[in-house]
Write a protein that binds this ligand. Sequence first.
Ligand code: UT7
Length: 329
Amino acid sequence: MRYSAKIKGTGRSLPEKILNNFDLEKLVETSDEWIKTRTGMSERRVSADDKASSDYATAAAEQALQMAELHAKDIDMVIVGTVTPDHAFPSTACLIMKNLGIKNMPGFDISAGCPGWIFTMNIAKQYIENGTCENILVVGVDMLTKITNYKDRNTCVLFGDAAGATVISRAEDKDISRLIDSDISADGNYWDLLVQPAGGSRTPASYNTVRERQHTIVMEGNKVFKLAVRSMYNSCETVLKRNNMDTNSVDWVIPHQANMRIIDALAKKLKVDMKKVIINIEKYGNTSAATIPVALDEVIRSGKIRHGDIVLMTSFGAGLTSGSVLVRI
Ligand code: UT7
């Protein structure tokens, strides 16, 4: 017996502290004008020093459960997309489960860079469709400011912190809401374009790795930029074609919020009117795995996206990874 999956609830949690372009002007040789015109960003949120991914993720999860009208004990599985877990181990999923007071179910993290939430959605869909689970909590959370080098102007202007949570549930026959399709992909040949060089088994932490700031993000931004548009476009085309759809059948596109110029180029290539594209990059910058679930929650709660709308969500990131999810809300 195969079942269908749907989005039943969404939630988000963002730190209160704001870092704006003028604050960054004091840290590196940059300008509000450069950042706005080259990225579309004005502000980003920064985690409190004593908070970590699981804290914001738990707050987002509680909101998503409330919208879904479910209790934490109704959840059968927790999957977290993150590259900034609280610890290398145990998983952030285990910590969120502890915070929610639930146990004895699968809980694990997925390392897929910015498309982390897209990857969790793809996995959750399989477990709902094959009947193993009825309600899955998926989270996209990253605290990239914790691993950002605030002496590197190429990267430090880009990133912010956030958590987005989504409850995926078994759809009833009468439901029109559906996770229609999803595509995920990775190409390790580009692993070194976006990397946190030290802290893993290749280069364990040492006095030198800390001194040389090898625990922070290193990125060849312009090379990633070129691959970003192509990989998101290909992934969107894959899910649309597989379902005999094109972008005319889509009500909304929620792209990864990495750079306004990337979003513009993608919309142009997909032939989508910018009016249909959801953008919050100005307020939050690039929050990695959280960009899409946060934007989705904002537009569902504001009523901009309504029950029955078809939404295409797509992302790319470290790996290099890419992926898309096509849903009817
Ligand atoms: O979620 C996935 C994560 N990946 C990304 O988001 C990466 C996507 N890439 C990008 O968004 C863009 O490549 C960046 C915003 C990172 C950079 O924009 P760009 O137009 O590709 O600039 P560039 O790297 O080619 O650099 C152009 C110039 C350089 O100066 P010179 O060599 O021409 O004199 C940079 O040093 O801009 C300079 N530059 C800056 N100037 C002022 C780089 N960063 C800054 C800065 N302020 N913050």
